[in-house]
Design a protein around this ligand. Structure first.
Ligand code: FES
Length: 59
């Protein structure tokens, strides 16, 4: 997983920012990630990535 890869280009959110938010805030759903990081709050095209990252962090 590339930590500095921007997965949400609308809101300029990186994989690392999402992973950190999941770990620090104990996030468990894509909706919580949206609230905290703003990823997937514009076009929504990156929504599936949020699920993938959640799965990977919680694996
Ligand atoms: S790429 Fe994430 S909301 Fe558009």
């Amino acid at each position: 997983m590339e930590e500095d890869q921007v997965i949400c280009s609308c809101m300029n959110v990186t994989t690392g920012a999402i992973v950190n938010a999941i770990k620090k805030e104990g996030l468990t759903t894509p909706e919580q990630i949206q609230d905290v990081t703003l990823a997937a709050t514009a076009c929504g095209g990156c929504q599936d990535f949020l699920v993938d990252i959640l799965d990977e962090v919680n694996a």
